[in-house]
Design a protein around this ligand. Structure first.
Ligand SMILES: [Zn+2]
Length: 125
């Protein structure tokens, strides 16, 4: 009954980091950016091990690549190792070597395209 929904945590994190700034920043990126950036969220173990910072576009957490402890390797699409986010368990981690900014705004834009799980107030229509 009292179980906290993950979405509540996300909202709190976002509000603490200023949801307005992230939304403003998200507007700068195009759809082709978020489609292209998705390529860097799998089979990226080698690159991520060299990166310092990465972010998750499911829970929007930004963290050190050293925190990644689990990798997917079973499926053909994950042959080279795909990081599992240590905070939410989803394989939606993107590192600096992607060339895309690891910021709340960019992660929010990615989330809005690939998952669209956050409440509507987080999106700019
Ligand atoms: Zn995550």
């Amino acid at each position: 009954m009292e179980k906290e929904e993950p979405i509540i945590d996300q909202n709190e994190k976002l509000i603490n980091n200023s949801v307005i700034d992230a939304r403003e920043e998200a507007k700068k990126y195009s759809l082709s950016d978020v489609i292209d950036a998705h390529k860097y969220s799998s089979n990226h173990m080698k690159q991520l091990k060299k990166d310092k910072e990465c972010g998750c576009f499911y829970c929007l957490k930004i963290f050190s690549t050293k925190e990644i402890k689990m990798w997917l390797r079973g499926e053909p699409g994950d042959k080279l190792g795909t990081a599992i986010c240590p905070y939410c368990g989803i394989d939606s981690v993107i590192g600096e070597s992607s060339g895309y900014p690891i910021t709340k705004g960019f992660l929010l834009k990615m989330e809005s395209y690939w998952f669209h799980c956050l409440p509507s107030e987080f999106y700019e229509e």
